[in-house]
Design a binder for this molecule. Structure first.
Ligand code: UGA
Length: 448
């Protein structure tokens, strides 16, 4: 099948490469020439495990192309809308400018009988407006392109795996023909047994936003539980283990820490509340406003804990920040809790030196933070070390080795990844959100 993919960010580029891997002829179209050139050469413009290989295979096979030329969509019979829908500047709702640009690009170029499939996360009701726009722009009336919504649930750092082997496919369609066409597109994962749910356009749109709202809510709930654990001197990890064994709750998205970030959960939560309010549903803001506030409170709590560990005087103090990306496995720093905490401490006058295994190239404009290219140099002379992203290499650090370069063995574990016993044994004071402060082992103190 000939397919176009409009928008080649994390979502679009990975989706395009997955489609090519399933044997389709795919063209990815983007307005950003540098990104298109990179992709066309088979070079991954972002860090995503397995993506460079999938992309390279697609480009070499001749089934995967990238271009800035909108005319390229004319050859395709199915078109995926994969553009970003960020938060509107200064408001909570979604900015759909890129989506409408993509729709306007497509409208005059659609072959009769085309299927236009939305993957971007949008406020409920958008698909119907896209259909109306396409109908109104068809010369002489009639219908050239039918709209379907097929939300994407891929996680960054697992984008390839989630694209090739999704756990569900949601087909929001208005006709049997649209469903049949989507079944052809996805015949490979369908043959592998993936669950397919057919529904209407608006339910499909809501399915995506609702999943992110549920995930965000779980994280804020667990962060409240963690704060109570800290106050009651209870064991938050034991607690989440117990909760996770309840099949009605399950073990995932129960990791406490400095909260959720990234290009999806925070803005989707706010866009959902904003759209619900437009629809007259005020309870959404009652509940989800609190989820958002608790998430912001986690960052604040980390900054306050760090300040306390610096005896209330952060100005001029040297701080090592380990982690900049919003989560491990990704180089994405959009709305990163790690950068928010590091940046807030820099604003309080601390001299913050940051290391991240993948995200450093995105810190170029961040003049308040000093970029370091390994853990040791970030930690050199530090009076406080912060672990802000759950990269496995931070969990595996040797506390004795890090202890030799820092000025003070004090660490704030914002992701609960360090083994407190190993670190206190090596003479560290370990503060962890949800776990409280653990003093260095007295034997280590004597030895150190
Ligand atoms: C999220 C959803 O998980 C995907 O299903 C969805 O497709 C995607 O948004 C999207 O809308 O495109 P992603 O933003 O890649 O995926 O990140 P997550 O893995 O969900 O993590 C989000 C944030 O929550 C990260 O900052 C992570 O560190 C934090 N988190 C996650 C926690 O603080 N605790 C947890 O237990 C889990």
């Amino acid at each position: 099948m000939r397919i176009s993919v409009l928008g080649t960010g994390y979502l679009g580029a990975t989706h395009a490469a997955a489609l090519a891997c399933w044997g389709h002829d795919v063209v990815g179209v983007d307005v950003e020439p540098h990104r298109v050139e990179q992709l066309a050469r088979g070079e991954a413009p972002f860090h995503e495990p397995g993506f460079a290989e999938l992309l390279g295979d697609g480009v070499r096979s001749g089934r995967l192309h990238f271009t800035t030329d909108p005319a390229a969509v004319e050859q395709a019979e199915v078109h995926f809308l994969c553009v970003g829908t960020p938060q509107r500047r200064g408001e909570d709702g979604a900015d759909l400018a890129a989506l409408w640009t993509a729709v306007e690009t497509l409208a005059p170029r659609l072959q009769p009988g085309s299927l236009v499939v939305g993957k971007s996360t949008v406020p409920v009701g958008t698909a119907a407006l896209v259909q109306q726009h396409l109908d109104e722009s068809t010369p002489g009336g009639g219908r050239r392109g039918e709209v379907a919504w097929n939300p994407e649930f891929l996680r960054e750092a697992h984008a390839v795996e989630d694209s090739l082997r999704p756990d569900r496919l949601v087909f929001g369609v208005a006709s049997d023909a649209a469903e049949a066409r989507l079944r052809d597109v996805y015949c490979h994962p369908i043959a592998d047994g993936v669950a397919v749910v057919r529904t209407d356009l608006q339910t499909a749109e809501l399915a995506k936003a609702s999943a992110n709202v549920m995930l965000a809510s779980r994280i804020s709930v667990v962060n409240v539980l963690a704060e109570v654990c800290e106050a009651a001197e209870a064991d938050v990890e034991g607690l989440t283990r117990i909760l996770g064994l309840d099949p009605r709750i399950g073990p995932l998205y129960l990791s406490p820490g400095i909260g959720f970030g990234g290009g999806c959960l925070p803005k989707d939560l706010r866009a959902f509340v904003s759209r619900a309010a437009e629809l007259g549903v005020d309870s959404a803001s009652l509940l989800l406003g609190a989820v958002d506030d608790v998430n912001g409170h986690q960052r604040q709590r980390a900054v306050e804990a760090a300040t306390a560990l610096l005896d209330g005087r952060p100005r001029g103090r040297r701080v090592a920040a380990l982690g900049a990306s919003f989560k491990a496995g990704s180089d994405d720093v959009r709305d990163s809790p790690a950068l928010a905490v590091a940046g807030a401490l820099a604003e309080l006058g601390a001299h913050v030196r940051v290391y991240d295994p993948q995200a450093l190239r995105h810190l170029a404009g961040q003049s308040d933070l000093e970029v370091c290219h390994d853990v040791q140099s970030a930690c050199e002379g530090a009076e406080l070390t912060l672990v802000l992203t759950e990269w496995p290499e931070f969990a595996a650090l040797d506390p004795a080795a890090v202890g030799r370069v820092v000025a003070r063995r004090v660490v704030l574990d914002g992701r609960l990844v360090l083994d407190p016993e190993a670190w206190t044994r090596a003479g560290w004071t370990v503060m962890a959100l949800g776990r409280g402060e653990a003093e260095p082992d007295p034997a280590a103190r004597k030895a150190g």
